[in-house]
Design a protein around this ligand. Structure first.
Ligand SMILES: [Zn+2]
Length: 212
């Protein structure tokens, strides 16, 4: 039971797309949006965006189910695509990570992100946290709403899910790196809203019970 529900520091909309039910997030208000992991169904995502401006499209990692509609969305909105620098060559088609994943439409990466970088979008300053383990170049994004600004937000991709973490048995997966990535995420404020790439949202407080 939650003692009380506190709103996140920015409005969050979620769409579930594609054959393995990927969460696509539209975060922000009328001033501009951050679009997270447009995996497929670009027309549906564009319809949800409506006439709002897209400040940035961020890809948490290079798997097809998270990036499949990125190129179409970039073409339609003109928004820059941001992704972790290590996964970027796979996303833009310059490299291949293993052979176990469906191919996707490669997408240029306009902003290659590194640990500690700040991505400005939707009126927020998003802190980049490199979280290898699921893929070598996976990232999370953290936004602290500040004092009285509402619940902080963590975009956690396929690193941290409700009650579990992302698989480490795909190409480029690394169980030890995953443990270190989770340990870092556990340091975030307990009331942080966790927005994973699949399934339901959570909080850092709830997930700290098993991360260790
Ligand atoms: Zn993945």
């Amino acid at each position: 039971m939650e003692a009380r529900r506190e709103e996140p520091c920015l409005p969050v909309e979620a769409l579930v797309v594609g054959p393995i039910q990927n969460n696509v997030y539209l975060i922000g208000g009328d001033g501009g949006l951050l679009v997270v992991d447009p995996g497929s169904e670009p027309e549906r995502i564009l319809q949800a965006i409506g006439d709002r401006k897209v400040d940035a499209i961020v890809l948490t990692h290079c798997h097809w189910d998270h990036v499949g509609a990125a190129k179409a969305l970039r073409d339609a909105t003109g928004a820059p695509v941001a992704a972790g620098a290590v996964d970027a060559p796979v996303i833009c088609g310059d490299a291949i990570l293993g052979s176990s994943h469906q191919p996707f439409d490669p997408c240029p990466v306009d902003v290659a992100l590194h640990d500690g970088d700040i991505l400005e979008a939707a009126g927020g300053r998003w802190q980049v946290v490199e979280t290898p383990g699921h893929t070598p170049g996976g990232i999370c994004l953290f936004l602290d709403g500040g004092e009285g600004g509402g619940r902080p937000i963590l975009v956690s991709g396929d690193t941290l899910f409700r009650g579990t973490h992302g698989r480490t048995d795909f190409a480029g997966g690394d169980p030890a790196a995953m443990q270190e990535s989770l340990r870092r995420l556990a340091q975030l404020p307990p009331d942080t809203l966790v927005l994973p790439g699949h399934n339901e949202p959570s909080t850092i407080a709830a997930e700290r019970r098993w991360i260790g």
